[in-house]
Every structure is written in C-alpha cells, then in structure tokens.
Ligand binder design. Structure first.
Ligand SMILES: Cc1cc2nc3c(=O)[nH]c(=O)nc-3n(C[C@H](O)[C@H](O)[C@H](O)COP(=O)(O)OP(=O)(O)OC[C@H]3O[C@@H](n4cnc5c(N)ncnc54)[C@H](O)[C@@H]3O)c2cc1C
Length: 424
C-alpha cells in the first residue's frame, strides 16, 4: 500500500471539518526535534487506538516515571478514526454466526462462549467510553441510546430468527439474560425505523460520538500528564532491533527514536511496517465510505430520528446533535447494490477518493428509501463525502499483543466489522 508520505490528498470528513479550532492538535510537534535518549514506550499512530493507549498509560499509578512518545504519520485522527461513522454500536446476536463459523468457512472459529464474551466486551466498551467522557467532562457530542438493526427481506429475517434462537439458548447455559430485543411486527418495524421496507428489527444499547473530538481529547489529556510527547507528520519507515535491548524506530529525515517498547497502532497501514512478515499476509487494508446528510424538515425537530440505524441493503446511520446525520455503507451492501466493485473496497489504500457509484448511492439513499423525506432544499441531503482506510484480518479478529518472537514489540491492529467479508 501507499506508504507515508502519501502521494494523494485525503478527503476531509465531517468530523475533521468540524474540529478545526485552536484547541485541536493539528501539526502538534511537527517541527520539534525527536528525543535523543532511550524512551520507555513509542506508540506509532495517533488514531483512537494510539491516543487512548497514550491516555491510559499516562494515568497516575499506571506506569509513573515512564516516558511515552507518540509518532503520527500525519495528524491526530487523520486515519480511520477521524473518518468513521461515529457509531459506538455493540455487536448484536447477528455477529455470532461469523465468530463461530470455522476458519475454513470464513469465520473466526471461536467457541460460542468466546463469541458471547465478545458481545459482552462490546457493551463494556460503550459503558467505558461513557464513563471516561463523563468523568473527564469532555465535550465530544456523546449520545447514548439504542441502535436498531433493520431487516427488510424474508431471507435475512430467517437468518436473524435463527441467530436469535441460537443466542437465547446459549445464554441459558450461562444463566445470562438477553440484552437485545428481536421484534418481528412489521408495522412496528416500519414505524420506528421510518423505512417502508422494514419487516423486523433488533434493538440494543448503542451510542455515538464526535470521533475526531474524542480522539483529540484522549491525546490532549495524555499530553497534559507531562509524560507524553506527540510528534505529528512523523511517518515511521521501519522498526529495527537495537544493538542491545530495545528498538530503533526510523523516522526518515526526522531521525531515529530509541525505545524499550514499541506499540504499533497503525491499523490499515500496518503492512508498511511488516514487509515480508506473516502479519502482512494476515492483514489487508480496505476502504470505508461515508457521507454527512442534512435531513429535510420532516426529519428535523420533532420528526428527528430517535435511534441509530443499521439497515439491511442500506447504510448504518447516526444523528449528530447539530450537524445532521452521518452514514456509511459497508462492503456487502456496496456489492449487493452494485454501487461499487470489490476493488473499490478491498485492498484500497487511497482515502482521497469516493468512487462515483458509491457517492451516487450515498447521495440518493435518503430520498429513495426514507418515508416522507420530501424534496431537498439547496443545502439539504448529502453534503460531504469521504473515505477512510480500515484493516481486515483473515479471521475477523484484531491482533492485540506481542508480535510473536519480538519481545518489546506490540501491536493493536486489525479492527473491523464482523459483517464484512473476510479478506481475500
Ligand atoms: C468510513 C468509515 C466508517 C466507520 N464507521 C465506524 C463506526 O461507525 N463505528 C466504529 O466503531 N468504527 C467505524 N469505523 C472503523 C473505525 O474508524 C476504526 O476501527 C478505528 O478508527 C481504528 O482506529 P485505529 O487507531 O486503530 O486506526 P486509525 O484511526 O486508522 O489510526 C492509525 C494511525 O496510524 C497512523 N500511521 C499509519 N502508519 C504510520 C506510520 N508508518 N508512521 C506513523 N503513523 C502512522 C495513521 O496516520 C493513523 O493516524 C469506520 C471506518 C471508516 C473508514
């Protein structure tokens, strides 16, 4: 994939465009000299993974007296984090079949118990984000409510019926209680989703957040600890074993940082740092696409949506407090709707474009699919389009922990949607 510095100009997302004030961290440490001694931790990448790691490591009592350096190829949240849908959407029972299917059949090959643990972890993550944002009093547009997974074909309803039954049975063996509803009343599905084709829906806890503001808040709190330094526009070219213990992190013309431990949080860009390494066979970049929509009047004020949505053959969608909706479309729907091709998504590394077919699909969706959407006045409807690079893994699971055989080299990469297909 295209290594840093990139040869294209990235699109600008809604989140990046609406966090441009003096408090944001653009260009932070861009011209500063890199540290000369050996630092304790180097984190590569300042997306949500790297920024939240810097935040957690710099909390009092975690690793006091340790020095942490964050090296970011562009700016904080310039990758997928600043380009996403803003949806904090725990997996529902619909994810279980992907997790439990054997590896050879494109699943994760997990036991049902492990898959249920992942579902629980997803909810804990939502609660943890909420707890941190409330405790720190961050102004990051956090919303808590419910997500609806809206089904509009009988085939998908049958799949969901089965997944729900399997899930309920599995919960019994753990003496656990369901935290998702599965509603098969067509009129109710139509009413709550305002999507005329809806025939059923699942409903569970979810939230949304301004992803660029959240990532910036993590990083600013880390910097405020006095133990973290951030160097923006400092692309890492390679990570080499040092002569003694530790690692040499090569940053092109900016120099070398020596570190006891390196944590790679580069997600969709990870292959660049692991050329000819098995990790590069396990991971693949892929592109996501999204838009910001200003709703028409029937969907504003009292008519505004009350839930976030994931619609079969449609987008996933959140509403923001004051900037309308943000919605994105996944791989499966792009292919099913013939909005784009496999190559528009899988393996794509250029976040400077939104392919025309995908853009048209995003632009027309609300007009065509939401009941009573009405005529769009100039300035209403889809206003801004962008893309971002994510990271697929062969088993649908992230790689978190030590790189095998390389003590002191850790990674947290490969974060993606279980409903998307396994990389090819
Ligand atoms: C269109 C779209 C919609 C999405 N919607 C959602 C959603 O609604 N909800 C959800 O939970 N997830 C969503 N995601 C996925 C989510 O954004 C990612 O899983 C998450 O942001 C990954 O965070 P990260 O920090 O691991 O990676 P990134 O945010 O990609 O951060 C990696 C960072 O590493 C830097 N970097 C890379 N290589 C180097 C290098 N060699 N040297 C220095 N720095 C480097 C990059 O510049 C980047 O800033 C979406 C993604 C996209 C693209």
């Amino acid at each position: 994939m295209a290594a840093f510095p990139q040869t294209f100009t990235s699109t600008v997302s809604h989140w990046q465009a609406t966090n441009r004030g003096p408090d944001a961290l653009y260009g932070h440490g861009k011209t500063d000299s890199l540290p000369t001694g050996v630092v304790d931790y180097v984190i590569i990448g300042a997306g949500l993974s790297g920024a939240s790691l810097a935040y957690h490591l710099s909390r009092p009592g975690v690793c006091d007296d340790k020095r942490i350096v964050v090296l970011e190829g562009k700016d904080v949240a310039s990758g997928a984090t600043g380009r996403n849908g803003g949806h904090i959407a725990p997996y529902s029972f619909a994810s279980l079949s992907g997790f439990t299917r054997p590896l050879e059949a494109g699943g994760s090959g997990l036991t049902m118990d492990d898959a249920l643990d992942i579902m629980k972890m997803e909810v804990r993550n939502l609660d943890l984000v909420t707890e941190i944002v409330m405790r720190e009093k961050w102004d990051v547009d956090l919303w808590r409510g419910e997500k609806l997974e809206v089904v509009d074909t009988l085939e998908e309803k049958e799949v969901m019926d089965t997944s729900y039954e399997v899930w309920i049975e599995a919960l019994k063996t753990r003496r656990d209680v369901p935290d998702w509803d599965w509603v098969t009343d067509e009129a109710e599905a139509n009413r709550v989703s305002r999507h005329p084709k809806a025939i059923a829906f699942s409903r569970g806890k979810a939230g949304s957040v301004h992803s660029h503001k959240l990532c910036t808040a993590f990083m600013k709190s880390a910097l405020a600890s006095g133990r973290v330094d951030l160097f923006s526009w400092c692309p890492v070219q390679s990570i080499d074993k040092g002569p003694n213990e530790g690692w040499n992190v090569q940053c092109h013309e900016r120099g070398v940082v020596r570190a006891n431990e390196v944590i790679v949080c580069t997600n969709g860009y990870t292959r660049n740092l692991f050329k000819n390494h098995p990790i590069s066979d396990h991971l693949s970049p892929y592109r996501g696409h999204a838009t910001q929509v200003t709703p028409t009047l029937p969907y504003s004020g009292p008519g505004a949506l009350k839930h976030t949505l994931c619609i079969e053959n449609g987008p996933y969608l959140i509403f923001t407090p004051s900037s309308g909706w943000v919605f994105g479309v996944g791989y499966a729907d792009i292919i099913r709707q013939k909005a784009g091709t496999h190559d528009d998504v899988m393996g794509a590394t250029d976040d400077g474009i939104v392919p025309e077919g995908i853009k048209q699909w995003l632009a027309s969706y609300c007009k065509e699919e939401f009941e009573g959407w009405g005529e769009e006045a100039p300035g209403e409807g889809a206003q801004r389009f962008w893309s971002g690079i994510q990271c697929a893994s062969r088993d649908r699971l992230p790689l978190v922990g030590q790189v095998p055989g390389s003590p002191g080299l850790e990674e947290a990469v490969g974060v993606w949607e279980p409903s998307d297909p396994v990389m090819t």
